[in-house]
Design a protein around this ligand. Structure first.
Ligand code: ADP
Ligand code: MG
Length: 615
């Protein structure tokens, strides 16, 4: 038999390697920025067009390359950074595999201009899909400029797999942050589609964090410093009260390289124990310095996952260091998680006469609630459900309080399988609801007992309401008498701009959306002024998290995030009217049985179940 094994031609091998190195435009950005840093640049420009699909260019003033090196740099396993296997255990540079440029050139059109300090002319190289199509001398400043165009031009499947320009830009921005945060002594400029998004002068670490994430960071940071034999830790943690729902502002750097470490992340969380709620994450920017021989960065091709020799010790040191900083800077626990209901203005009712619904209910029926608090808290629900409420009043006024429920039956009888309110049932039922453990709304129905999870039910109601508003643009806006000025980071601004039309549809109005300080001039009726800032922050975070992961529409992701942040929570007291309105609105929904997060909103405990238990 003839020999059948063939060596793959280089350009094919390069394309295969490219699959590992280049997942998306952001991967190219990372490699090019790292090369510029390894070349000792003090000024780096990043230029992006169309989410990096049309152009990714990095210009540096580093040491540049000779003509031969320029040509060699695109060969696979060409690296100036290690020459011996043992160098692998003592890495001080970012690159070492020597496959980034070869991989990039295999799947894109690349233009390079480079010149070293000691030569008068530079080299221009043009490569398309691994083929050198032009090489000539060129007059160019010392340093290197590499422009990567038409990424994946020869792999349509990969190109089609890329997300929208906005999403790709977000990934690029993430990479940019990771590099910029660890090199404050390098000046960075970042241009997107012709406009400058970041201009970061040479500063110290703290100022760099402020420049990247906005001046609001300034008073949030607490320094962390510790030096032990195993590790030197420096950097900052954010005060507990600024912990966020998003995982965006958590950074570990090991020997000046961004790393991901769920294990060390856990140790930071452990240090914050008791100071923050379990569903929020503290921000941190932690720089770890370890002996390069005690850390293995080579276990993952994109080199963000690392392995430390002595992880347990690292965990313990990190945790106690952060605890110490938290204590030293006198950060009192902020345990006031309940917002002050007195600050809530029920806009829907502002300037309206008080209309007391005639609900024939004995308030004492509720064995779990203190009546005093009830009426205050009830605003939380009242204001969010103006429409449902008007219906409720109408029905009650005409004495036809049963209409809601019978119409409910028609709309949702498939889901309720006929077990729900019958005429007769409702008659005997006249609004006997009560709240159980500030978590459930309990009501009697003919077949037994209906138990509704108040938070999930309200999420469902709000989700459908917002989804409609976003798509049909009918949201009512409450103009703010005094526009509110809020500051956002550049990245948050990108998301906010992405969402501005949808947010406009539900009643938000903004001015100055291009600047760090945005003016909020209008908000949806249901949002109280005191919560605007928090809600927008969380909305952006939830949206970013939800959107990059899922394939559902922007409107749906946004409606979900809104419902999550504005729904009545577990622990909130609801008065009788609010409880009724909640039941009413829930069964007016298209899909009452599930929350937007696919959790059950209610259950029915049948009379038979009860009898069984009592037999
Ligand atoms: P690695 O960074 O792993 O060595 P790359 O493919 O990224 O591999 O780069 C190959 C070589 O090209 C580098 O080792 C370096 O010598 C040279 N090089 C790449 N980019 C630059 C740059 N911006 N300035 C100077 N030299 C560079
Ligand atoms: Mg490299």
């Amino acid at each position: 038999m003839a020999d059948i094994i063939k060596l793959l031609p280089d350009h094919v091998a390069n394309q295969i390697a490219a699959g590992e190195v280049v997942q998306r435009p952001a991967s190219v950005v990372k490699e090019l920025l790292e090369n510029a840093i390894d070349a000792n640049a003090s000024l780096i420009k990043l230029i992006i067009k169309d989410g990096g699909k049309a152009l990714i260019q990095v210009v540096d003033n580093g040491k540049g390359m000779s003509e031969t090196d320029a040509r060699l740099s695109f060969e696979r396993h060409a690296t100036s950074k290690i020459s011996d296997a043992k160098d692998l255990f003592n890495l001080k540079t970012k690159g070492f595999r020597g496959e980034a440029l070869a991989s990039i050139a295999a799947i894109a059109h690349v233009d390079m201009q480079t010149k070293t300090e000691d030569s008068d002319v530079g080299t221009y190289l043009k490569i398309e899909g691994s083929q050198v199509v032009a090489q000539e001398p060129i007059a160019t400043p010392t340093g290197t400029s590499i422009a990567v165009k038409n990424l994946f031009f020869n792999i349509p499947a990969r190109r089609n797999f890329l997300k929208s320009n906005q999403v790709e830009l977000r990934h690029i921005t993430d990479e940019f942050h990771r590099v910029a945060l660890v090199h404050p002594s390098i000046e960075f400029h970042f241009y997107n589609n012709g406009s400058e998004v970041f201009n970061l002068p040479q500063v110290n670490h703290r100022q760099r964090i402020n420049h990247v994430f906005g001046s609001k960071m300034e008073n949030r940071l607490v320094p962390v410093n510790e030096e032990t034999e195993v590790v030197k830790i420096s950097g900052f943690i954010c005060k507990p009260e600024f912990a966020k729902k998003s995982r965006g502002e958590q950074f570990f750097f090991a020997n000046n390289r961004f790393i991901k470490s769920p294990y060390l992340h856990h140790s930071v969380i452990a240090a914050f124990e008791g100071l923050i709620k379990s569903d929020v994450y503290p921000g941190y920017f932690l720089y770890l310095d370890v002996d390069p021989s005690c850390i293995d960065i080579n276990i993952h091709p994109t080199k963000t996952e690392v392995k430390f020799d002595d992880e347990n010790t690292m965990y313990a040191i990190l945790r106690s260091t952060i605890k110490h900083s938290l204590g030293q800077f006198n950060i009192a626990p902020v345990l006031d998680f309940e917002h002050d209901p007195n600050l809530d203005t029920p806009y829907a009712y502002k300037g309206r006469g008080v209309v007391l619904p005639k609900v024939t209910v004995d308030a004492a029926f509720n064995p779990f609630a203190k009546t005093g608090e009830q009426s205050v808290k009830s605003h939380t629900y009242q204001k969010v459900s103006a429409k449902g409420w008007e219906n409720l009043y109408k029905d009650l006024d005409t004495g036809a309080s049963t209409d809601n429920f019978s119409s409910v039956e028609i709309e949702s009888d498939v889901l309720l399988q006929g077990t729900f309110y019958s005429e007769e049932d409702v008659e005997e039922h006249t609004s006997t609801t009560f709240q159980l453990r500030r978590k459930y709304i309990v009501s009697t129905i003919k077949s037994g007992m209906l138990v509704i999870n108040q938070n999930r039910a309200h999420e469902r109601i709000l989700f459908e309401k917002f989804l409609t508003e976003i798509t049909v643009k009918e949201g009512i806006s409450q103009q703010l008498l005094f526009p509110l000025e809020l500051s956002f980071s550049k990245q948050e601004l990108v998301t906010l701009n992405e969402l501005k039309d949808s947010l406009g549809n539900i009643g938000f109005a903004f001015e100055n959306l291009e600047q760090e300080t945005v003016k909020v001039t209008g908000v949806p009726l249901i949002l109280s002024e005191s919560r605007i800032g928090t809600v927008l922050d969380r909305l952006i975070a939830d949206y970013r998290e939800g959107y990059s992961e899922s394939t559902i529409s922007q409107a749906e992701v946004l409606a979900r995030a809104l419902s999550k942040n504005l729904a009545v929570k577990t622990g909130e007291l609801l008065n009788q009217e609010s409880q009724l309105a909640l039941v009413n609105d829930l069964f007016g929904c298209k899909e009452p049985s599930l929350s937007p997060f696919q959790k059950m909103t209610y259950t029915i405990i049948s009379e038979r179940d009860i009898e069984k238990k009592l037999s």
